[in-house]
Design a binder for this molecule. Structure first.
Ligand SMILES: Nc1ncnc2c1ncn2[C@@H]1O[C@H](COP(=O)(O)OP(=O)(O)O)[C@@H](O)[C@H]1O
Ligand SMILES: [Mg+2]
Length: 235
């Protein structure tokens, strides 16, 4: 469904990606693992069209998208939940969800149906509908960021560090929501600092080191891989 091939990307003179290739098949959850600064966010932003790679190709559902503007990529069904959530503190929960609905592709379920689906995934967003985003807890803000993305009716969701800074109970709730989304048919590319959690949710994982894919494998094999254990699982 998503094919990334030989992606190179620079910030000025600094090379952030040096030939990143990865694939995500329809229905999969794939995780991209790596230390701070490895290039995970840069990879997601390049896929979303927010950053332009200077070399390489990105295909979504068989079509090249690496020259498309971000709105066209969202309209094709590929939506990113950004790192840090990027909400508007003074806008209400409902206003965020309505904003997300603006970009849905033709043929998507009606906005009211999508809203129902989001509220059944995250009932708290219904209860807090009129509350300003800035007054939500960190976990609720992350749910809102995911809810807003889902209002665009994606077929493919990219999540950048959804559990960053959250309390354990919230992390469990989010993991459960990701897993329910997947069971509902969503294809997911997940960037997650909590590597154990990511590898329990995902089918496969890619390990990114200083802008390059160092290795990849099935998630259950990566959980037992000594390179993962020492570098990311603190074993
Ligand atoms: N806007 C930017 N300008 C310059 N360098 C950047 C910018 N964003 C990220 N970088 C650099 O690119 C590299 C990859 O960053 P990033 O993709 O954010 O990593 P990760 O998400 O894996 O932590 C890092 O060395 C980071 O310092
Ligand atoms: Mg990042």
């Amino acid at each position: 469904m998503l094919e990334v091939e030989g992606l190179h990307l620079r910030y000025g003179h600094k090379e952030a990606l040096r030939g990143v290739s990865l694939k995500v098949a329809e229905g999969e959850i794939v995780t991209l693992i790596g230390s701070n600064g490895a290039g995970k966010t840069t990879t997601l932003k390049a896929i979303s069209g927010l950053l332009r790679p200077h070399r390489g190709e990105i295909r979504f559902c068989g079509r090249r998208i690496d020259r498309d503007p971000p709105h066209a990529i969202i309209a094709a069904g590929l939506v990113q939940v950004p790192e840090g959530r990027l909400l508007f503190p003074a806008m209400t929960v409902r206003e965020h969800l309505d904003l997300g609905a603006v970009r849905a592709p033709p043929g998507a379920p009606a906005p009211a149906k999508r809203l129902d689906d989001v509220l059944s995934l995250f009932p708290i967003l219904g209860e807090r509908s009129a509350q300003k985003a800035g007054t939500l807890s960190g976990g609720q803000q992350q749910m809102l960021a995911i809810g807003r993305a889902l209002m665009a009716a994606p077929r493919f969701l990219m999540l950048d560090e959804p559990t960053l800074g959250l309390a354990p109970v919230m992390i469990d709730q989010l993991a459960d929501a990701i897993s329910r989304l997947h069971k509902g048919g969503m294809t997911i590319l997940l960037v997650e600092q909590r590597v154990d959690l990511a590898l329990h949710l995902a089918h496969r994982g890619y390990v990114l080191q200083t802008g390059e894919i160092a290795f990849e494998n099935e998630a259950r094999l990566l959980l037992d891989d000594p390179r993962i254990k020492t570098a990311y699982l603190g074993a």
